[in-house]
Write a protein that binds this ligand. Structure first.
Ligand code: NAD
Ligand code: SER
Length: 319
């Protein structure tokens, strides 16, 4: 691969995955792009282009300008925002993806990376150790677009021989860029509020359990799969990747080990129903077998690192 375009680079994952890709492929060879234009601190050192994924010509202009031969497509409307504006979620998540896939086909791209999500699962899916192959009947618009996206990507692999890969990310926890309006955002906000106020009001109930992953493992999963030998993959765009699962009570208890007077109160809202429709934990044996997936962090090692990094940001007045 010579030039990689990251679409949606200024979001929670893109702001760090673009840096990780630049470390591997060279700063000038990874072009960050987004509909947002306020500069993203971590990406200031390399090329940036305005791209609206819902406008095919907008992507095409940058593909031609930089002679792009691989795309990492991260632009999406996440679950909670998607329920507030389902048509926007459909438009960005489906038409944006279709534009990327069509350009990849027309310009014979070497590789495309498209994340899916635990949102592909729904209330009828087995909730514990959710299998790789299982019932996909989500109840959110975001989940609908992610299932359709997986099917669409597989269609382009099978019909046109494109190299497309993707994982079903669990909730991603990080301290660099805030999450963009998902249901798992509570697992990030709790750390910010623990540092700032020693108190957090949680929008899901105490016993809510979801699969989660710390950003270093998310970057590892993404770059490892991005570089994996395509001929060894039996799955392509839908790998379950597990890391850790915990209830909010367990998350708060982990924070209390470091901030003993931390308090949590509960005020569940519309996001509770979304969380309740998703699995507790994932069977990720296909990812482990096909490309060697193995996470590094558990709840306590993540908590220690999150609180240390956010503590430093707080001291500098950055949060
Ligand atoms: P995010 O909301 O933080 O970032 C998405 C980025 O896309 C934003 O910078 C936004 O400005 C940009 N964007 C939105 N509409 C656009 C458009 N029309 N054209 C160009 N850019 C546009 O999301 P994220 O958490 O970084 O997610 C990245 C990918 O990972 C998405 O596909 C998401 O569904 C998936 N994912 C994320 C999580 C998570 O916990 N963060 C979990 C599962 C799956
Ligand atoms: N973190 C994402 C969300 O909550 C999962 O895809 O929407």
């Amino acid at each position: 691969m010579k030039k990689i375009l990251v679409v949606g680079a200024y979001g929670q994952i893109g702001s760090e995955l673009t840096v990780a890709l630049r470390n591997i492929y060279g700063v000038e060879n990874v072009i960050a792009s987004d509909k947002k234009t306020e500069p993203c601190e971590s990406l200031k050192n390399g090329p940036f282009a305005y791209v609206d994924a819902t406008n095919k010509d907008s992507i095409l202009e940058i593909v031609k300008k930089y002679k792009i031969d691989a795309i990492v497509h991260l632009a999406a409307i996440l679950s909670a925002n998607g329920e507030k504006n389902p048509m926007l979620a459909w438009n960005v998540n489906m038409n944006g993806l279709l534009n990327v896939l069509e350009i990849a086909r027309e310009y014979k791209m070497e590789r495309v990376f498209v994340p899916s999500s635990i949102a592909v699962f729904g209330p009828t899916t087995p909730a514990d150790n959710t299998p790789q192959e299982t019932i996909l009947q989500p109840t959110t618009m975001y989940g609908l677009t992610k299932v359709s996206g997986e099917l669409l990507c597989n269609y382009y692999v099978n019909k046109y021989g494109l190299d497309i890969r993707g994982v079903r990310y669990p909730g991603i926890i990080s301290y660099d860029t805030l999450p963009g309006g998902g249901t798992t955002d509570y697992a990030v906000a709790i750390y910010y509020d623990a540092i700032k106020y020693k108190k957090y009001t949680c929008f899901v109930k105490a016993d809510t359990m979801l699969p989660m992953m710390y950003m270093p493992d998310c970057l590892k999963a993404s770059t490892d799969l991005f570089q994996a030998d395509f001929s060894k993959l039996k799955h392509h765009c839908n790998f379950n990747v597990g890391s850790m699962s915990f209830t909010v009570t367990e998350l708060a208890a982990s924070i209390k080990k470091y901030i003993p007077d931390f308090e949590i109160i509960y005020a569940p809202d519309y996001r509770q129903a979304i969380a309740d429709s998703w699995p507790n934990s994932l069977d990720d044996s296909a990812a482990r077998k096909e490309w060697g997936w193995k996470p590094s962090y558990d709840l306590d090692s993540m908590t220690r690192d999150m609180l240390e990094k956010l503590g430093e940001k707080h001291k500098k007045g950055l949060i």
